[in-house]
Design a protein around this ligand. Structure first.
Ligand code: GLN
Length: 536
């Protein structure tokens, strides 16, 4: 018997209210109460996954162990819950339609007209229940992307309506996250947008059980009563969610408001065991009371939108907290970095991180930043494209191969130190075809990486097409750029280091995806340690 219970999180009034953080915080509290919980995000756009989206459009693309390119909210889920997610945790309209259309072509609906209802909604319901049916979870939280009223989220709302009816009252609960704006001129909080949003949900047959109200000001009893009355929910189910200075406060805030308790009551699950949040609060305590600080330059070409580097900035928070150090980021646009201004722009930082990226734009600035870190003994971490820039910089300035570059930037160069390997040359479509997901990496003893991880074989997540060119390996090694991590099956180079430098590491994979509140990533932890030492 499968008795997984479902929580649906919808959003109203505006986007960016933080549905992902509310879902993750609720999940954290339920997990702390002893329930096994996972979170899923349904995205109402037609891309199969966000892998083909520009980071400016959608922020970072998060990658799971099983190689799914997903919404950045999955990063929050993993950082809060400390358990991995998978492809099943992120479904888009594109993927839903793709599978329905594939079934139609196979003849699975022979004789029938294929329609949004029931075929698309059935597929949505199936995708929602995949995680529940594994038997691994007591509770599955499903976040519906978009805002109620959007044309494109309608099939999801209908699927939720049907599922709630099919599962029965005690097995599903609907949370509606809304905004209660404050009108400064009137000195008042306004409930009308929430009333309208709930009305719209109800027109689609879905009645929320719980309202979570984002607000800049405290909701007094009268406002809560009004919201409850006009939105048809119990007053204790009107939860206030005040703005706060860090997302990591939200689980405690939601506990104080009783969100986890009312959810469990609705689902008829026990509330006896209280969430302790012991390790979580230890982290918060350290994070909020740093004894030192470092400044890290983050060199990237999407720096206008900090969400493009979400997992990296969160990894700095985790690594900073464990070192009791506040990590300040100096955002530097790689396109604005030139040989003339590199000194002025980077001067004074305690560490340099060259970020992942795609395409030619901004790479010369990244190469300059690598050179500056190498020549000035500044702690350095290069991630993915950042690692590839290390190889290029070293080849150009130490091996004196002036035209060294990546085949991604110029496939006619005489010195392609970064190349497409055989498997990638065959690929002729862009979506979902990179080297993706978890790959093992064998570390060289006594390297910086080994000293950080303290084990010989690690597993890290990848998202790239190009690779270190083995043909240059012996030259690069002889000149001082050592390979300290390789994939045991393919021999692909995953990590490079300069042992004569205080801390200089380039990784082909993305360590940031695996950093969580309770497990700060070892490379980030050591990078911050090295930056602290450099500062002193
Ligand atoms: N553009 C590079 C590649 O495809 C690096 C990708 C990245 O930084 N994620 O190999």
């Amino acid at each position: 018997m499968n008795n997984t219970k479902y929580v649906f999180v919808t959003g109203g009034v505006t986007s960016s209210l933080g549905k992902g953080i509310i879902a993750a915080s609720l999940a954290k509290l339920l997990q702390e109460r002893g329930y096994s919980v996972t979170i899923q995000k349904l995205d109402p756009y037609i891309n199969i996954d966000p892998g083909t989206l520009n980071p400016y459009e959608h922020g970072e693309c998060f990658v799971t162990d099983d190689g799914a390119e997903t919404d950045l909210d999955l990063g929050h889920y993993e950082r809060f819950l400390n358990i991995p997610t998978s492809q099943a945790n992120n479904v888009t309209t594109g993927r839903i339609y793709q599978s329905v259309i594939e079934k139609e072509r196979k003849g699975e609906f022979l004789g029938k007209t294929v329609q949004v209802i029931p075929h698309i909604t059935d597929e949505i319901k199936h995708r929602i229940q995949i995680l529940g049916k594994t038997g691994d979870f007591d509770i599955v939280i499903t976040e519906i992307g978009g805002t109620i009223g959007d044309i494109e989220s309608l099939p999801y709302v209908e699927a939720v309506r049907q599922l709630k009816w099919e599962l029965g009252g005690e097995n599903a609960v609907i949370i509606h996250l809304t905004l209660v704006p404050y009108l400064a001129a009137a000195g008042e909080l306004k409930t009308k947008p929430t009333q309208h949003s709930v009305k719209m949900l109800m027109q689609n047959g879905v009645a929320p059980d719980i309202l979570v109200c984002r607000s800049e000001h405290h909701l007094n009893d009268e406002i809560k009563r009004k919201l409850a009355l006009f939105c048809n929910v119990q007053k204790q189910n009107v939860i206030e969610s005040l703005d706060t200075d860090t997302i990591y406060n939200v689980p405690n805030l939601m506990f104080d408001e009783g969100l986890d308790r009312v959810v469990l009551e609705k689902l008829n699950l026990s509330t006896t065991r209280q969430p302790k949040l012991t390790e979580w609060n230890t982290f918060l305590e350290r994070y909020k009371n740093p004894t030192d600080s470092v400044e890290i330059a983050l060199i990237g070409k999407y720096v206008e939108l900090h969400d493009s580097y979400k997992s990296i900035t969160e990894a700095f928070i985790h690594a900073g907290a464990i070192n009791k150090t506040k990590v300040n980021i100096r955002w530097i646009h790689s396109e604005e970095l030139t040989p003339e201004n590199v000194e002025e722009k980077i001067n004074g930082v305690d560490g340099i991180l060259v970020a992942p990226g795609f395409g030619y734009r901004g790479i010369e600035g990244k190469i300059k930043a690598v050179q500056y870190a190498r020549e000035n003994n500044i702690p350095f971490l290069g991630i993915c494209l950042g690692m590839q820039m290390v190889v290029i910089e070293f080849a150009r300035n130490v091996l004196n191969l002036k035209d060294a570059t990546s085949a991604e930037m110029n496939n006619k160069t005489k010195n392609p130190v970064i190349i497409l390997i055989k498997e990638q040359k065959k690929v002729n479509q862009k979506g979902g075809s990179m080297r993706l997901g978890a790959w093992d990496c064998q570390l060289t003893k006594d390297s910086k990486a080994y000293n950080a991880y303290k084990k010989e074989v690690i597993s890290e997540r990848h998202r790239h097409r190009y690779e270190y060119n083995d043909k240059y390996k012996s030259q690069l090694e002889k000149a001082g750029l050592k390979t300290t991590g390789i994939n045991p099956e393919t021999g692909l180079v995953e990590i490079v280091e300069i042992p004569t430098h205080p801390w200089f590491v380039g990784v082909q994979y993305h360590p940031e995806y695996k950093s969580t509140v309770l497990n700060p990533h070892p490379l980030f932890v050591d990078f911050i340690k090295a930056s602290l030492q450099y500062k002193k």
